[in-house]
Design a protein around this ligand. Structure first.
Ligand code: CMP
Length: 142
């Protein structure tokens, strides 16, 4: 089915000047960028996004990392976009990520792992509306 998913290029990958290389992988995979913005997250915005991890031991480090520099948040659209995006990102821990995936090539650790992608249709819906209003997401008819 045609789907939308939320993508975040995290502070490590922005700092490493990998935005273009990562966008190229999305586009080569047939995913269309239908919304995008660069943001500096604060404690409230980062914490709310990762609220489901609030009780995990890594929550505070995760928030600090996500506030350590700007992130690029995007909405990607395409056939099977949620699974396709997860496939090209690779496993959460770059040590486990398959060769040729974004995390294998650009991430240094499970904490600084270059990208985030929605893990289900439900989280995609929540995460897209967390960062974008309806009128900020563009229809791609060509
Ligand atoms: P992300 O997909 O953005 O979702 C939560 C993030 O927490 C995850 O990527 C990792 O970067 C980070 N993280 C740190 N430790 C863990 C862990 N043990 N399990 C899952 N995620 C972790």
């Amino acid at each position: 089915a045609n789907e939308r998913t939320l993508s975040i290029i995290k502070p490590d990958a922005v700092a490493g000047n990998h935005i273009g290389a990562i966008y190229d992988r999305f586009e080569q995979a047939g995913l269309k960028i239908v919304a995008a913005k660069m943001l500096q997250l604060d404690d409230e915005k980062a914490g709310g996004f990762y609220a489901e991890h609030a009780e995990r031991p890594f929550y505070n480090d995760l928030k600090s990392f996500m506030m350590s520099g700007p992130v690029l948040v995007s909405v990607l659209e395409g056939e099977n976009a949620i699974a396709k995006h997860r496939e090209i990102m690779g496993a959460t821990n770059p040590k486990d990520a398959e060769k040729g995936t974004i995390r294998a090539d650009f991430a240094s650790s499970i904490d600084e792992n270059a990208v985030h992608g929605s893990d289900s249709a439900e989280s995609a819906k929540r995460e897209i509306s967390y960062f974008f209003s309806d009128d900020e997401v563009c229809a791609r008819t060509r």
